[in-house]
Design a protein around this ligand. Structure first.
Ligand SMILES: CCCCCCCC/C=C\CCCCC/C=C/C(=O)SCCNC(=O)CCNC(=O)[C@H](O)C(C)(C)COP(=O)(O)OP(=O)(O)OC[C@H]1O[C@@H](n2cnc3c(N)ncnc32)[C@H](O)[C@@H]1OP(=O)(O)O
Ligand SMILES: Cc1cc2nc3c(=O)[nH]c(=O)nc-3n(C[C@H](O)[C@H](O)[C@H](O)COP(=O)(O)OP(=O)(O)OC[C@H]3O[C@@H](n4cnc5c(N)ncnc54)[C@H](O)[C@@H]3O)c2cc1C
Length: 662
């Protein structure tokens, strides 16, 4: 696989006992044999290109030099890939971003990411054909490099509260953009600092002195030749963050900036020359770019989680510590049940999120197709599902990655383990594209509405089943546990409805009642999201074509994840699903048994994720298991180790202190 000569004997032994076809799992994750080949070709292309390598480890560079180094590679990469004779055939930027292959060279974050993830998709979904004709060629050829500028310093979640205004002036047929205060400054958009020359700016549209709510505008920020900010535009970078430090997140303010009328993205709503406003079929059509990324996040989180699980599982195989049996040599830490308890629920979750990501991606495509024909009926279900899965996958993955880091002891704390970076990426997804708590409350709103009005999309149809709470569950298996999650979700929704009605009877205003019920509402939404993942997992196993060994493994992983979630949230199941203490004891035993079973193939399973060393980027998780030598090699790259004494600091600070006789 890696072509390495050395292979750690513990890993070698595990690999010699593989009882399933690893390639089958690899193809499953990639989405088919062809996709596996496409990804491998792309990775090979990136790895073999000397120009895409860093001359100095990026960790030791200054903030500005890091940005410059990543931008150099990003520009080169997109340039090379745009010319098929340079790179693998048919490689799209989507594949580059969605498979995680780009991270082989762009480790700290791609300053052009927002151009591809939000700017281009916004142009494609919110422009008229005439606007697309004018702008798409320039945007795809990167003459126009854009971002999505929505969040402001004082307003992120509450979009109706955004302050930036775009006021139509019928005399000049222009909009005038204005940031009325410091809190109105756009704050966060990726690439905005120094990279982009255009942005989709979300602003409150005023025409005929009436506010029509937030709308997307294409705004030029910088001169296309000199890259200098245009008059009235104040733009810069927001500074260092927990992660994504080369994504170049920026700020943006407007002082009476005039743009032509047709720079309002007019597919869904229009302002005519005389200032007449034409409403969209739904005001939420303008939120499409956010929905798109929420859908993508579920897949990306699974990519990141697979990396973290691979690192921790391989390291747990090669690491020997303590004493399991008195007098025996130190065992592999993978043999400690407590360690398996840290590794295998996230291992199982990677599959759950993978299947759920496929499901929401298909729904996204159906909804977009419908919207194109004026049929909006899938929008509420897509909104509910994308919020639920984005929030669940990012929050679970953040918790899992932290536990996986701990599972590697002290070495997991090293940057060269790659845990810090993976953590910074997954935890960011808890906040961006809709803060998770806020998204849970959106899901809850949808669930309550469905239960009360007896109407709703496919993902919530179970809430309308009047027998849901009466079904007696005798056997606990993947199907019945999936039903129990439905009952917990419905139980919390009913409880919240009761609370809301009670508050209402006490004379409390609806918004206060909602606020007082938030904790139950969020718990209901979370149970619903777990139900969706469980359902996708169970159905994908039933409906997919698998060899017997792989089907067995997938069933065991599904059972482990569902049992883990049930045990973790057992209180909910006692309250709403008639779970008995006896059933819980049995489930705990089953869980322990599954840990032991998964132990036998865990190393081979993470191998089948097929993450090459350059993409894993971890001294602890390399395929050859040569963790200790690699740790040493990494330490030797520290600039402080270039000389035996760090002369400058010793002479300046230490020596005087040592001589000062304190
Ligand atoms: C190309 C391949 C790429 C590969 C991918 C890699 C993946 C990514 C990895 C790394 C890249 C990192 C990039 C990060 C980029 C980050 C960007 C951003 O963060 S952009 C900013 C995002 N901001 C937000 O998400 C703001 C969150 N807030 C909101 O969405 C809304 O304000 C709200 C919370 C939903 C509330 O909206 P509003 O006040 O307008 O509505 P309400 O009154 O509450 O509700 C009204 C009704 O509307 C329904 N609704 C709301 N939204 C939608 C929607 N989107 N679709 C359909 N319906 C919607 C809501 O349910 C209410 O319905 P009713 O109850 O009235 O029926
Ligand atoms: C890495 C990264 C990249 C980003 N990229 C972009 C980008 O490219 N473009 C862009 O426009 N933005 C971007 N953002 C901004 C991001 O979308 C916002 O940070 C996010 O939407 C949350 O908004 P906020 O920061 O205003 O948080 P707030 O909404 O102020 O949240 C603060 C706290 O208040 C709570 N809260 C808020 N409202 C409620 C409520 N109704 N009920 C209960 N609790 C509530 C939240 O749960 C949270 O705990 C990015 C952010 C990050 C971290």
């Amino acid at each position: 696989m890696s072509g390495a000569v050395y292979e750690n004997p513990d890993l070698k032994r595990e690999r010699s006992q593989c009882l399933f076809d690893k390639e089958e799992i690899t193809n499953l994750i990639d989405g088919g044999k062809e996709k596996t080949k496409e990804r491998r070709d792309l990775e090979e292309f990136i790895v073999c290109d000397e120009d895409l390598k860093d001359s100095v480890p990026i960790e030791y560079l200054s903030h500005a030099d890091k940005y410059s180094a990543e931008l150099r590679k990003a520009c080169l990469l997109f340039k090379k890939l745009s010319n098929p004779s340079n790179g693998p055939a048919e490689v799209s930027t989507v594949a580059l971003l969605s498979t995680g292959a780009g991270a082989i060279t762009l480790k700290e974050g791609n300053p052009l990411a927002l151009h591809y993830i939000m700017f281009l998709p916004s142009l494609m979904s919110m422009c008229t054909p005439e606007q697309q004709e004018k702008w798409l060629p320039k945007a795809t050829s990167l003459q126009m490099i854009g971002t999505y500028a929505q969040t402001e310093m004082g307003h992120g979640t509450f979009l109706r509260g955004l302050e930036t205004t775009a006021t139509y002036d019928p005399t000049t047929k222009e909009f005038i953009l204005e940031s009325p205060s410091i809190t109105a400054y756009k704050w966060w958009p990726g690439g905005l600092g120094q990279t982009t020359n255009y942005a989709i700016v979300m602003a409150q549209l005023f025409t005929h002195e009436k506010c029509e709510g937030i709308h997307p505008f294409l705004v030029q920020l910088r001169d296309e030749e000199t890259h200098e900010p245009l008059p009235g535009i104040s733009v810069g970078e927001i500074g260092p963050k927990l992660g994504f430090n080369t994504v170049n997140n920026g700020y943006l303010g407007f002082e009476k900036v005039r743009i032509p009328r047709d720079h309002l993205l007019m597919k869904h709503s229009q302002v005519l020359e005389d200032g007449t406003y034409i409403k969209p079929a739904s005001t939420k059509l303008g939120y499409g770019a956010m929905v798109f990324v929420r859908v993508l996040v579920v897949r990306d989180v699974a990519v990141q989680l697979r990396k973290a699980v691979t690192i921790a599982t391989r390291y747990s195989c090669v690491r020997h510590q303590s004493e399991l049996k008195p007098g025996d040599p130190e065992p592999q830490i993978l043999d400690y049940v407590a360690q398996q308890n840290k590794l295998f629920p996230p291992l199982a979750a990677t599959f759950g999120f993978h299947f759920a990501a496929n499901y929401v991606w298909d729904l996204y495509n159906s909804a977009r197709e419908g919207i194109g024909k004026g049929d909006l009926h899938l929008m509420p279900d897509l909104h509910g599902l994308s919020c639920a899965l984005k929030a669940l996958s990012s929050s679970e993955a953040s918790n899992f990655v932290e536990v996986l880091r701990q599972s590697c002891g002290g070495h997991g704390y090293m940057v060269c383990s790659n845990f810090p970076r993976i953590y910074s990426l997954v935890t960011a997804a808890e906040t961006y594209e809709g803060e998770n708590t806020v998204l849970w409350l959106q899901v809850a709103k949808y669930l309550i509405k469905t239960r009360m009005d007896k109407s709703g999309g496919k993902s919530v149809a179970y809430l309308i089943d009047s027998n849901l709470m009466n079904n007696k569950i005798v056997d606990l298996n993947n199907d019945s546990i999936t039903n129990l999650f439905q009952r917990v979700a419905a139980g919390y929704v009913d409880l919240a409805i009761k609370k809301l009605e009670g508050y209402n009877r006490q004379g409390m205003a609806p918004h206060d009642a909602w606020n007082h019920s938030a904790i139950h509402l969020i718990k209901g939404a979370q149970a619903h999201a777990r139900y969706v993942v469980a359902d996708c997992f169970v159905r994908s196993i039933k409906e997919g074509k698998f060899s017997d060994p792989v089907r067995l493994i997938l069933n065991q992983l599904c059972e482990l994840l569902l049992t883990y979630w049930l045990v973790e949230h057992s209180g909910d199941f006692f309250m709403f699903a008639d779970l008995s203490a006896n059933q819980l004891f049995k489930l705990q035993s089953k869980y322990m048994e599954l840990l032991g079973t998964i132990r036998t193939y865990a190393v081979n399973l993470v191998d089948s994720f097929d993450i090459r060393d350059e993409a894993l980027d971890s001294v602890l998780g390399c395929w050859d298991g040569n963790a200790y030598q690699r740790l040493f090699d990494e330490a030797s790259k520290s600039p402080l180790n270039k000389t035996s004494v760090h002369r400058e600091s010793f002479e300046k600070y230490l020596k005087p202190l040592m001589k000062s006789n304190l």
